[in-house]
Design a protein around this ligand. Structure first.
Ligand code: SF4
Ligand code: FES
Length: 368
């Protein structure tokens, strides 16, 4: 049976970024500026996405406003009929540029938060003065009236700031906050020792979110990504592989999720060689883990197999070296106990320094 069309597309416009967050999910090897798609090709891809059925376009990176043509890209996406969301740290945005984005039709902004005070935010982002600039950008966003989502990535070092992050979302007039406990993909895998939350922190965060959801009902929507190494069931990653979303990387490679390039036996295609529609419906990588036919035990006979689709393929790959395996977060996986012990061991490493993300084109160290 033909799968439904995707609802959302994540366009990773560039891997360049002024910040160097240690939790970055961009790949270890990143495309250089020269390999980035040009304006005209992105415009064609947005058109193809709209024709395929995509409704929402998330413009991401790296830092998407590092692209000089960001205003033109937003205008092209709107002309194609897509709802446009800019996912940004705010660094590189000026009042003028925001006004231009508004005039181009930008629908929504998602602003990342590395910490709730300058010391934390600037340390995690690896960018001195970043917090002050972000607060200025938040003011401009509010003055223009863009619908805003605050995106707080939380980990062992800043989880205690969750209550303040919720207050900040209200103060900024955000309609939504995404409370995302760090997920270990790409560069972030280098920082499991430094960033893994403790089990107590994970529990406390869940309680804080539950209390805040009840208290702030009707005022602030809270999306929550828990610390899944400490959970008993895995997340339904990407809403299910090849069911609702796709990613296009800076050089035009089309992926079923942002970390799929970590699965070595998959073959990926690019928008330079094939249409987005053909890649979505017929591409090898998109069909590899669609539905449930690929599953083996314990997933294949599990009553939750269409709830979580076996969890995250990239996490199974990163932890077990086998993308076909049940996500080891699952309590039914034979590796669940070992993962929990490993998570506790990572969380106990108090003195581990942060390994900052390096910019595209430089040679990173191997993952330990
Ligand atoms: Fe999900 Fe597989 Fe675990 Fe069942 S066994 S809960 S399908 S990951
Ligand atoms: Fe790739 Fe979860 S990040 S399936």
């Amino acid at each position: 049976m033909r799968p439904p069309p995707p609802i959302a597309m994540l366009a990773e416009l560039t891997y360049r970024c002024p910040l160097s967050c240690p939790y970055c999910s961009n790949p270890i090897e990143m495309a250089r500026k020269e390999a980035e798609l040009d304006t005209g090709t992105w415009e064609r891809v947005f058109q193809e996405a709209a024709e395929l059925g995509v409704l929402q376009l998330h413009l991401s990176g790296g830092e998407p406003v590092s692209r000089r043509d960001i205003v033109d890209l937003v205008a092209a996406a709107r002309a194609a009929g897509l709802y446009t969301n800019l996912i940004t740290s705010g660094i590189g945005l000026t009042e003028r540029r925001l006004a231009d984005l508004d005039a181009a039709g930008l629908d929504h902004i998602q602003l990342s938060l590395q910490g709730t005070d300058p010391a934390m935010a600037d340390e995690i982002g690896g960018y001195k003065g970043g917090f002050a600039r972000k607060m200025q950008v938040a003011e401009w966003i509010g003055a223009i009236g863009f619908p805003l989502t605050l995106n707080a990535v939380l980990h062992r070092r800043n989880l205690h700031q969750l209550p303040r992050a919720l207050d900040m979302a209200l103060e900024m007039g955000a309609r939504r906050i995404e409370v995302a406990t760090v997920q270990f993909h790409g560069w972030a895998l280098k920082n499991r020792d430094a960033l893994m939350p403790t089990r107590d922190q994970a529990r406390e965060a869940t309680a804080i979110v539950a209390e805040a959801r009840a208290r702030l009902k009707g005022r602030l929507v809270i999306d929550y990504v828990p610390a899944d190494y400490h959970e008993d069931y895995p997340k339904r990653c990407m809403g299910g592989w090849g069911t609702s979303g796709l990613n296009v990387t800076p050089d035009g490679t089309v992926l079923p999720c942002h970390a799929a390039h970590s699965i070595p036996h998959l073959t990926f295609e690019t928008v330079l060689d094939r249409s987005l529609s053909d890649i979505w419906y017929e591409g090898m990588a998109f069909n590899a883990y669609r539905g449930t036919d690929w599953m083996s035990e314990p997933c294949s006979s599990c009553e939750r197999k269409t709830v979580d689709f076996g969890g995250c393929r990239c996490q199974a790959m990163a932890i077990l070296g086998d993308a076909n395996a049940t996500d080891p977060v699952c309590v039914k996986s034979p590796h669940h106990g070992a993962l929990q012990s490993q998570a506790d061991a990572h969380a106990a490493r108090d003195d581990t320094p942060l390994v900052y993300r390096v910019s595209p084109g430089t040679t990173p160290e191997p993952v330990q």
